[in-house]
Design a protein around this ligand. Sequence first.
Ligand code: BEZ
Length: 390
Amino acid sequence: MKRSILAALGLATGLALPAAAEDIKVGLLLPFSGVYASLGGEIETGFNLGLADFATDAGVTFEIVREDTEVSPPVGLAKTRKLILQDEVDVLVGIVSSGVLGAVRDFVDGAGVPLIVANAGNDEATGVACSPYITRMSFSNGQVNRPMGTWMAEQGIGKVFTLAPDYAAGRQMIEAFAETYTAAGGEIVGQEYTPFQKTQDFGPYLAQASASGADAVFVFYAGGEAIAFVKQYDSFGLNETLPLYGSGFLTSPLYVNAQGEAAEGVITALHYAPTIESDANQAFVAAYVAETGRVPSEFAVQGYDAARALVEAVQSGATDRDSLANALRQVNFDGPRGALRIDPATNNVIQPIYVYETVAGENGLTQRVIAQLPAEADPVNGCVMAPVSN
Ligand code: BEZ
């Protein structure tokens, strides 16, 4: 597949995808170092499993070029430029941090290279900064948190204190939660944003939450920060007095066993839990356990579904980058997380949201699904979807 931006730059000629049996070059952009390193590894494992499951009859092979974005917008942009200009990849997959997605958006859009987002929830990438080349197979920050605001107010939880890291994802997740929570009658009695990738001691923030008069605390943390936060919350004795809620990244199956008993009883909402009862999920969980020896997390399923979307888009007859971008927008299947489809108005995935409690199980901690909340398309948030450029 040759690329319009490369042709424009005089770096390549031709516009077609490789003929059958040739490689499609995939640039895998993930954090393999930093606070989200384990998330990157899990997405890669899910992606490789997805290719193994779905690509066997695709008539093409997929060559992966992997780059470490760290958790750094400038590094993510430099690696994106390298994959597009030097490696001449046909498609990009990955990106974990909303900050990195914000940094690469313009270059990807200008280059006309399809990007399948396999994590970063940045609302703007499928809102005001949407692009026909960017399709999200993971979630948006608003999507996983809005339903929880309504649900918590409906449970009679009247006052909440919120905490999150101070960067795009933290702010967007908390804003989405607060919007629906207050609309349903709840009151936010305090809100703090902790320095991202720099906070090791959450004590001062926990003291504020404890003194705030809140009935509960609602947070977004992921990766290394989630492990530290949940453990410190418990050591502070707050588990006994102030119930902890959050978006499900807080108690991801990827690291919940590192949190141990401190995570028991925490209630969160997310687009995936490995305990979802469906044939598609049970088959996926069995395959993932056979491959890795552990149950899959939301990050694994995002990688797996990104691979499936890519294979289905190629199989649908995409012949160049533009038709691949268009085919990705039409993806629609029943997978481990339930029925999902791409909203053509924003290119964000539409999917159910699950509320689950982390509980002790026979083999460590597990997820007890309490509620399944309906799949809803995000508001377009200023997205005016342009046609692909060629
Ligand atoms: C984000 O930055 O969008 C993000 C990172 C980790 C988990 C969920 C969202």
